[in-house]
Design a protein around this ligand. Structure first.
Ligand code: ZN
Ligand code: ZN
Length: 258
């Protein structure tokens, strides 16, 4: 009975993640940008080349493996949550709406910092081949690369979830908003076409958000542009690529840099 319950739970989580966390966001982005936007003029495509079929098949293979690994962790976390071992709460009135909003923002900022430093760590020469090499096989990433990680990287990327639910009182909807935000921005970073309006780049507040070009250059140039949502840490640690701004503002008529 218990085995049946856990097996059913595992497959429910696996298929939920496979479609909700991977195939739907990656497939929607691929469909829109590579089957439609690609044929449009002035589409702000970032690199001079497109991802190959072979590269996309590799990205899908590694991403499905990541979903499988993440499913084990989500199942463990789910059981801890429903049995009351974490700080998650289920009634908004426990902390109020202000805290609800704040807890979502805190989760996003916490992951931005977690990701930046995890990412810097994964780029250390000694650990790069075992932790992060697979993600960087995509020099020209496609949306299918969003979860193309080495197995150990999948575990480390997922590490933010136990940190959050054990330390921060979170309502399931706040956690859901954090997850949705993560899916959208992680997918955006791999679409290969710039979608951030040029006016955002020097806006007093919006300039701290990242662009598609930022993560795309991380794939094509490797040791630069480590951030995921915001540009605080890359600016502070001087890890933005020197050509980041120039590449972002590149006009369609200019020859793209290889
Ligand atoms: Zn990297
Ligand atoms: Zn990437």
């Amino acid at each position: 009975m218990d085995l049946l319950y856990h097996t059913q739970l595992f497959f429910s989580i696996f298929f939920l993640l496979l479609f909700g966390y991977y195939f739907i966001p990656a497939g929607t982005a691929y469909g829109y940008f590579y089957l439609y936007k690609k044929s449009q003029p002035n589409n702000r495509h970032i690199q001079p080349r497109y991802p190959t079929r072979q590269s996309m098949m590799r990205e899908i293979k590694w991403s499905v493996l990541s979903v499988l690994i993440m499913s084990f962790f989500v199942q463990g976390l789910y059981l801890l949550i429903i049995n009351g071992y974490t700080r998650m709460y289920f009634s908004i009135s426990d902390y109020g709406w202000l805290y609800f909003g704040l807890s979502t923002v805190i989760s996003i900022l916490a992951y931005d910092t977690y990701f930046y430093w995890l990412h810097r760590f994964m780029h250390l020469k000694a650990v790069f081949p075992i932790l992060h090499r697979t993600h960087h096989l995509s020099h020209t990433p496609s949306p299918w690369a969003i979860l193309a990680f080495d197995p150990l990287e999948s575990i480390l990327e997922f590490g933010i979830y136990p940190i959050l639910v054990f330390l921060v009182p979170l309502h399931p909807v706040a956690l859901g908003l954090f997850v949705a935000h993560n899916i959208i921005l992680n997918t955006a970073g791999h679409i290969g076409f710039e979608v951030v309006p040029k006016s955002f780049f020097r806006h007093p507040i919006l300039q701290f958000g990242l662009t598609v070009t930022h993560h795309d250059m991380h794939h094509s140039k490797t040791n630069c542009n480590y951030g995921i949502y915001f540009n605080f840490w890359d600016r502070l640690m001087k890890t933005n690529h020197p050509d980041y701004e120039k590449t972002f503002f590149r006009e369609e008529t200019e020859a793209p840099q290889p």
